[in-house]
Design a protein around this ligand. Structure first.
Ligand code: CP
Ligand code: NVA
Length: 297
């Protein structure tokens, strides 16, 4: 693996090996090897972040490297310098890059033109680092995703859902996505995905029935803040106690955070499942260190 640009591009073997390494790194924290010693990694963010920024800065340091945070607004990229020129400059100076931005093509182009390991830290299409942390959390809580049903309640075609659908395709677990009709994945995407284990419904109760994992995310992703009419479509899609009554005994609740209580999740459910949800947030650090180790050269 030269870069981590999407879950779509990963194989089941690569995902399993990253998670095995993440679990090892979690156990060895403070005693890990230093594969990034002497290296500088650029972190280019054109969208807000708490978890991703902090976990990458800490993770790069813990592996011996130096993280260099570059806000998209402060570098010339924000004034229109093309991503391929930014990539060709940074590729001659730094050893790797972590990028959070809008267009997936920008991280693809950065990887190509820089020639250095590039990590997608969230685009409009995918959030691969988050899904690796989520899978690690499922492994820790349920032993494995094998034989488990995962429900995703919310925006059926966000970066999170798309990455989850690719994870289900690669790993074979049952994924039920409940989403308003207007936010469901288009038929062309589902044809390309070609995964009979992924089902789409307009009924949160149908998706949640028998689920071992109930997962949700914001209704309006970054960049969609002004789309109040989209938010209205989600009436009845809140993850709340009544919905969880349909889930399997011992189910867990995941939320990638930040959460909007009273919208996609109730205060009661978030606090009841806070231990899992913040373990999931911590796992960003361990999963991303595994990615960094696999890309170090
Ligand atoms: N879940 C996640 O990516 O959080 P941040 O936006 O805070 O990085
Ligand atoms: N779908 C959300 C994820 C935030 C971590 C967004 O893109 O804003």
């Amino acid at each position: 693996m030269k870069s981590l640009l999407s879950i779509e591009q990963l194989t089941a073997v690569q995902i399993s090996s990253l998670l095995e390494s993440a679990a090892d790194l979690k156990r060895q924290r403070g005693r890990e090897e230093q594969p990034l010693a002497g290296q500088t990694w650029a972190m280019i963010f054109t969208k807000s972040s708490t978890r991703t920024r902090v976990s990458f800065e800490v993770g790069i340091r813990e592996l011996g490297g130096f993280p260099m945070f570059l806000s998209g607004n402060d570098i010339q990229l924000g004034r229109g310098e093309p991503i391929k020129d930014t990539a060709r400059v940074l590729g001659r100076m730094v050893h790797g890059a972590v990028i959070r931005t809008f267009a997936q093509q920008d991280v693809v182009d950065f990887a190509e033109f820089s020639g250095i390991p590039t990590i997608n830290a969230l685009t409009d299409d995918e959030h691969p680092c988050q899904i690796l942390a989520d899978l690690l959390t499922i492994q820790e809580k349920h032993g494995s995703w094998e034989g488990k049903k995962v429900a995703f309640i919310g925006d059926g075609f966000s970066n999170m859902t798309r990455s989850w659908m690719w994870a289900a395709k690669r790993l074979g677990f049952e994924l039920a996505v409940a989403s308003p009709a207007s936010c469901q994945p288009p038929v062309e995407f589902l044809a390309e995905l070609d995964a009979p284990n992924v089902t789409i419904t307009e009924s949160p109760a149908v998706a949640a029935t028998g689920a071992h994992v109930i997962n949700t995310d914001v209704w309006l992703s970054m960049g969609q803040e002004g789309q109040q009419e989209k938010e209205l479509e989600f009436a009845g899609f809140q993850v709340e106690a009544g919905l969880l009554a349909h889930a399997a005994p011992g189910h867990i609740v995941l939320h990638c955070l930040p959460a909007y209580r009273g919208k996609e999740i109730s205060e009661e459910v978030l606090e009841l499942h806070a231990e899992t949800i913040f373990q999931q947030a911590e796992n960003r650090l361990h999963a991303q260190k595994a990615v960094l180790v696999s890309l170090a050269r």
